[in-house]
Design a protein around this ligand. Structure first.
Ligand SMILES: *Cc1c(COP(=O)(O)O)cnc(C)c1O
Length: 393
């Protein structure tokens, strides 16, 4: 509680009230270091194919290749304003750890990233990226050695070292003020997109579409539109291989907590979770590691309960097809997380209205090896001939 209370106080002073010019410095750095504003691009070929105006919010062009830097830079800067001397973070696939390591190097702060041992072995390029940015990567060996355990370990470190340490959480999850603060740092996506689409078309879009793991790019894209009742907000979850949750076996072959989960408490927030009948968190699954999480941000779960956000699912097959389609038709290789949004567009383009904005949360360079593997093991009608890449890259 002391850590959370201190952070709430700092969030109110610096982020909400711009004390010492915090917000001005954040905006300047996310522009010069991060490359904002990111473009809003009309997807000409997809618009023609679906007979719908499709606009892409290009977060894949942000420094680091995904929306994650908006939050990582905001929080590392906040830690500096709070007089902290050390940054810690957790990471699953390594994307948030990498963004935090870059932000920490940029601002000259030492950084330690907790990562499940299994994830370290699966995500070696990101481990290397963190290390060349000067961060320490600490393996977590408890449980399954994945994201959930890494979050618990980082919270433990934070509670012990709160005097000099700030915990940069990776999505709109965890205890207050994290969900709201991370949303505020990511809300720049929707602020820009709202202005850009009105400049371009003179009106608001009929829908905004974003993939949802923890929900930070989703909340970032949606927040500015929540008050615009005419704009449908569609959160695309990972349907994995099936929507069935086996509560006896403790496994869910998907990561669709908004669509298939039930209410519970995890990591300091009441939200929708994939859990068994005893309330134990079950193992989730998705082709995209960034969506592979059994929880989701509490505000997003609330907006779903209120009927303001519609959760939808896209399975692994459709996501892999979406990955190839955006690459072939628009020359943009999306992250496998992002590919879910394009799987949705393909299957339900009659549900997005006449004008839609799709958040391209990240680029796919990190996923090339996985894309080869996942394409090879299923029948993907729109994939190129993969035979020369059978052994990987
Ligand atoms: C991490 C990541 C996600 C999922 O995280 P959210 O908090 O749900 O946004 C989605 N897309 C990309 C490209 C990511 O790196």
């Amino acid at each position: 509680m002391p850590a959370i209370e201190e952070l709430t106080d700092a969030y109110e002073r610096y982020v909400l009230n711009n004390e010492d010019g915090f917000v001005d410095e954040f905006r300047r750095r996310i522009r010069d270091f991060g490359g904002r504003p990111t473009p809003l691009q009309r997807a000409d070929r997809l618009s023609e194919r679906y007979d719908t105006e499709v606009y892409l919010k290009r977060e894949d062009l942000l420094h680091g290749g995904a929306h994650k830097l908006n939050n990582a830079l905001g929080q590392v800067l906040l830690a500096k304003y709070m007089g902290k001397e050390r940054i810690i973070a957790e990471t699953g696939a390594g994307q948030h750890g990498t963004a935090t390591a870059m932000a920490a190097a940029h601002l000259g702060m030492p950084c330690e990233v907790y990562m499940g041992e299994r994830d370290i072995n699966r995500q070696r390029p990101n481990v290397f990226r963190m290390k060349i940015n000067g961060s320490e990567v600490t393996p977590v060996t408890t449980g399954r050695g994945t994201l959930k355990e890494a979050i618990s370990e980082t919270m433990r470190d934070w509670a012990t070292n709160v005097e000099d340490t700030h915990y940069v959480i990776g999505s709109v999850v965890g205890p207050h003020p994290f969900p709201r603060m991370v949303r505020d740092f990511q809300a720049i996506i929707g602020e820009e997109a709202r202005e850009q689409i009105r400049e371009r078309t003179g009106a608001l879009p009929d829908s905004v579409v974003a993939c949802a793991g923890g929900g930070s790019n989703t909340m970032g894209a949606f927040h500015e539109f929540v008050g615009d009742e005419s704009v449908d907000l569609l959160a695309v979850e990972a349907g994995g291989s099936s929507l069935a949750v086996d509560t006896d076996e403790g496994v869910a072959p998907n990561s669709a907590s908004l669509s298939t989960g039930s209410e519970g408490v995890l990591h300091g927030a009441r939200t929708k979770l994939l859990q068994d009948l005893d309330g134990q968190i079950v193992e989730s699954h998705s082709v995209s590691s960034g969506l592979d999480y059994a929880g989701v941000g509490p505000e997003l779960a609330y907006l779903v309960d209120e009927g303001r956000v519609t959760p939808v699912t896209v399975d692994d097959d459709a996501a892999v097809e979406g990955f190839h389609r955006l690459s072939q038709e628009e020359g943009i290789i999306p992250a496998l997380e992002t590919a879910h949004a394009f799987g949705y567009l393909h299957e339900h383009h009659d549900e997005v209205g006449d004008v839609t904005v799709i958040n391209v949360s990240g680029r796919g360079d990190k996923d090339l090896d996985t894309a080869i593997e996942e394409t090879a093991k299923r029948d993907v009608p729109n994939a190129p001939d993969m035979s020369m890449f059978e052994g990987g890259l």
